[in-house]
Design a protein around this ligand. Structure first.
Ligand SMILES: Cc1cc2nc3c(=O)[nH]c(=O)nc-3n(C[C@H](O)[C@H](O)[C@H](O)COP(=O)(O)O)c2cc1C
Length: 169
């Protein structure tokens, strides 16, 4: 397993995958990393639906304009916010974001690739119906997971000088 800072720096969104399945062990490691995310009052508002069956993966993929990316991944993890566990929407959204990031970093440290699919939220209710989740579950993202194929698109970040302001008394 790689160093945490290295994983944070080197993780990139992966949108092309080989056909190789994600092992059960790796799937559980990714879900565990999500489960251990911080949350306000430790309310752990995230819920996961693991989608492995090809027919269901395809149906989910049809709900986003990035259909090809989702179809290519051998595994999808739909991440939900459970309204029943929710106590403060802003904080709960932050917690689910931390959960998703943990999962991405865990997958990367295992040599797997992921992409956080947010565009699918445009058809959130259709995905919720398709996956037959309880009414209190609200889709937050679908994480596509698999073994990276080909070259991964590079990404850049704004320099710290544009982001950080220091306060002097
Ligand atoms: C909230 C959120 C929503 C995103 N939605 C999508 C998406 O719908 N499709 C996609 O291809 N990538 C999506 N991404 C991935 C971003 O495009 C990607 O993280 C960003 O371009 C930086 O690239 P990197 O992840 O390789 O560092 C999303 C990421 C986040 C955090």
């Amino acid at each position: 397993m790689m160093d945490l800072l290295q994983a944070i720096r080197e993780r990139r969104s992966v949108r092309k995958f080989t056909d190789e399945a994600v092992s059960e062990e790796h799937l559980l490691t990714i879900l565990e990393a999500g489960r251990w995310a911080p949350s306000g009052l430790n309310n752990q508002p995230w819920r996961f639906v693991v989608i492995e069956q090809e027919a269901i993966r395809k149906s989910v993929a049809e709900k986003t304009k990035y259909r090809k990316v989702l179809e290519a991944a051998p595994l999808q993890v739909a991440v939900f916010l459970d309204g029943e566990a929710s106590y403060n929407r802003d904080k709960d959204l932050q917690g689910v974001g931390a959960c998703l990031q943990n999962m991405q970093l865990a997958a990367h440290s295992l040599g797997l690739g992921t992409v956080w699919m947010g565009e699918i939220l445009n058809r959130r209710e259709e995905v919720e119906a398709l996956l037959k989740v309880p009414e209190t579950y609200e889709l937050m993202a679908v994480l596509a997971v698999g073994h990276p194929a080909g070259t991964v698109k590079d990404a850049s970040r704004e320099p710290l000088s544009e982001l950080v302001f220091r306060q002097y008394s």
